[in-house]
Design a protein around this ligand. Structure first.
Ligand SMILES: Cc1cc2nc3c(=O)[nH]c(=O)nc-3n(C[C@H](O)[C@H](O)[C@H](O)COP(=O)(O)OP(=O)(O)OC[C@H]3O[C@@H](n4cnc5c(N)ncnc54)[C@H](O)[C@@H]3O)c2cc1C
Length: 413
């Protein structure tokens, strides 16, 4: 059995980001084992994020958009991002870049194996993978099922952001390659929040994704029908070819993910609470988390970060999740008010949790009052009152959605 300084369980976005920042730091001489069940040679997803500062991954950005739009039956509202850019990275480019960077350090190893178990062992932790045992001072876990997801129940909300996306090539020039469509609500809502997300690469090519916020996934045909209707009726593309397909499901919950599974097992990525609960975006948070862990480790020898301060943004997330979970059809009107009555830059800064409390008050003043007041009463005041008489409190029997990993399939034309 080989002893490592660090084991990274799961070499996806969070695991490889952490490996990358370790390889850039003074810890590059450590013995680091990255274990993943897959070889990560494929493009299994794309990540989008926004910002106006340089990032470690700018050299592999596939495309960036200076304009983002919102649309519903009232029409389209484009918003110029100014100095901000909405960027896309293909996971295959990310995996390749990180693997190249860590290959320079002989102490870093990648193992393709399925992890079945992990736990504490003396002054460190162990991981069982394909029947073999590996030990390290610290284990960084990005596997949702091993000490990751919070269990259902209590006053928390559980939703999935689930989607199917088609990469299409159209005969007609129907896209504006400078403009991404963040949310287009011109699709049937069926008492949930459903929209199209369109990222064009040229006048003829785009990723078109049908996205739903709801407790469970749909039948595959439902996403396909919505995509077909949108492409032909809303985009007006009569002839098109599907060149690739992407599916995904991202947990949206206000139940905190534990920062660690045990004393020497630190959760990272989605398992470590990196998803913004009300939007499903995680890439930027994962980068922040991985950089912080690497910096903390090199400064103190311990990766344990202080708990994040209580944030009013968690409260906002929770109110929105309450509305989306129980009154999903209202999502369209809430996002409609948000996008129609606020500039895109302010919205992105709000979603990034970079606004002042005054800006947030101005944003909330543009939103419909009744759903938020109702959520305040149902999600916050009522549970607080029930806590005062715990005998009457019955934990919710609502089950957390079963979280599936995103997959990308090649499609034969
Ligand atoms: C299709 C898709 C698109 C997304 N797009 C965006 C986006 O545009 N912007 C954004 O901010 N966020 C996006 N997200 C959300 C989030 O950024 C990603 O899910 C991100 O990959 C999460 O990183 P992670 O490391 O936590 O999980 P992953 O990247 O999924 O890594 C977990 C790794 O663990 C491995 N693993 C699992 N079980 C085992 C096991 N038993 N043994 C060994 N290995 C195992 C998996 O193979 C995987 O490589 C997207 C998610 C999906 C699914």
């Amino acid at each position: 059995m080989k002893q490592y300084d660090y084991i990274i369980a799961g070499g996806g976005c969070a695991g490889l980001s952490l490996a990358y920042y370790l390889a850039l730091s003074s810890l590059r001489t450590k013995r680091v084992l990255i274990i993943d069940a897959e070889d990560k040679g494929q493009n299994d997803r794309t990540w989008c994020f926004w910002g106006d500062q340089p990032t470690a991954f700018d050299d592999i950005v596939t495309r960036e958009w200076p304009v983002l739009a919102f649309a519903d039956e009232r029409g389209e509202k484009p918003g110029n991002l100014g100095t901000l850019r909405y960027k896309m990275i293909r996971s295959a480019d990310f995996y390749r870049k990180v693997k190249t960077a860590i290959a320079r350090h002989p102490g870093f190893e990648i193992l393709q194996a399925r992890i079945s178990e992990m736990g504490e062992s003396g002054s460190g932790a162990y991981v069982m993978a394909d029947g073999r045992r590996f030990e390290a001072g610290w284990v960084f876990n990005s596997l949702l099922r091993n000490g990751g997801p919070p269990s259902a129940g209590g006053p928390h909300h559980f939703l999935l952001q689930h989607f199917t996306g088609w990469w299409i090539r159209c005969e007609e020039p129907v896209f504006d390659p400078e403009k991404g469509m963040l949310m287009d609500f011109r699709t049937l809502q069926y008492r949930s929040t459903r929209f199209l997300y369109v990222l064009p690469f040229s006048r003829h090519e785009a990723l078109v994704e049908h996205t739903v916020f709801s407790p469970g996934k749909l039948h595959p045909k439902s996403y396909e029908r919505a995509l077909e209707a949108y492409i032909s009726e809303t985009l007006g593309a009569r002839e098109y070819t599907i060149t690739d397909v992407e599916h995904g499901a991202i947990p949206m919950t206000d139940k905190p993910f534990p920062a660690s599974a045990s004393a020497h097992i630190i959760n990272i990525g989605i398992a470590g609470g990196a998803v913004k609960p009300s939007t499903g975006y995680a890439f930027s948070n994962i980068q922040r988390q991985a950089r912080q862990i690497a910096a903390q480790l090199s400064m103190t020898g311990s990766p344990v970060l202080p708990p994040p301060p209580a944030s009013r943004f968690r409260f906002y997330d929770s109110l929105l999740l309450n509305i989306l979970q129980d009154y999903g059809e209202e999502g369209k009107f809430i996002f409609g008010s948000l996008f129609r009555r606020n500039g895109m830059r302010r919205i992105l800064r709000f979603l990034d949790e970079n606004t002042s409390i005054w800006e947030e008050a101005r944003i909330f003043a543009t939103l419909p009052l009744v759903p938020f007041l109702r959520a305040l009463v149902l999600a916050k005041l009522w549970p607080a009152l029930r806590k005062l008489s715990p005998g009457r409190w019955r934990p919710s029997s609502r089950k957390a959605p079963d979280v599936a990993y995103g997959i990308r399939e090649g499609v034969k034309n």
